[in-house]
Design a protein. Structure first.
Lengths: 135, 135
């Protein structure tokens, strides 16, 4: 039975200037994607909010998704990385300290249970429903 | 101190045909956004994978983000809804039963702790760093 995992990461005590800098966040995404060998299936979506300039970024992956929200007024960032196949842990604490100046990083790793006990039953149902001859 | 919340929702026993149907998932997103009064800040990104036709959807919100991944071969879907301001619970179990035919829905509600104990210190740091006269 294959299942996925999700890292839920909250970083605090960050440098507010870097949290409001799009290039910094693009670089952080590139590092995560590159070092974990993740594959975007579309361009990332970035949205910069009015002052104090929080930024949201989302990218859909072959392996699921990566998102970030930054809150310069609080010196914080919230990241989600969902992988439908298990991956090694990324060094979140060290990397977010380097890239955002975080002094406190909370990392939760969740199991995402999407796999059916008997996936063939779902596949059979899909094939039946898609077939013009299906009952 | 204001903080956010995130719903991590895994639905199983779903109808695989509906999981592979983009209109069904667009309708589900519309229902969630409309009923919770959430505000997209860009168009949703949708990606349909090759057979068995799982679908990924992501939409950035003024309130953070909504994502879905469907796995027709497993009869399952994984949803995240992150709101940087508290919201009432959505009736995930009932709605995912209606829209996707789910017979089992696991809902986790996580606190996302992004608020600084003293947000003014971060704002002051940001103002100082942005000012041409800042030290």
């Amino acid at each position: 039975m294959t299942d996925g995992c999700e890292w839920v990461v909250d970083a605090r005590g960050c440098d507010p200037v870097r949290l409001a800098d799009l290039d910094t966040l693009r670089g952080l995404f590139s590092a995560i994607l590159g070092e974990l060998c993740l594959t975007p299936v579309a361009n990332a979506v970035w949205h910069v909010f009015p002052s104090p300039g929080g930024i949201t970024g989302l990218v859909p992956l072959a392996e699921s998704h990566l998102t970030i929200h930054t809150f310069p007024e609080h010196g914080s960032a919230c990241i989600n990385l969902f992988c439908c196949r298990p991956r090694a842990d990324w060094p979140w604490v060290e990397r977010l300290s380097e890239s955002l100046g975080a002094d406190r990083v909370e990392v939760q790793r969740l199991d995402r249970r999407y796999a059916a006990p008997n996936p063939m039953s779902a596949v059979a149902a899909l094939a039946t429903r898609h077939s013009p001859l299906g009952a």
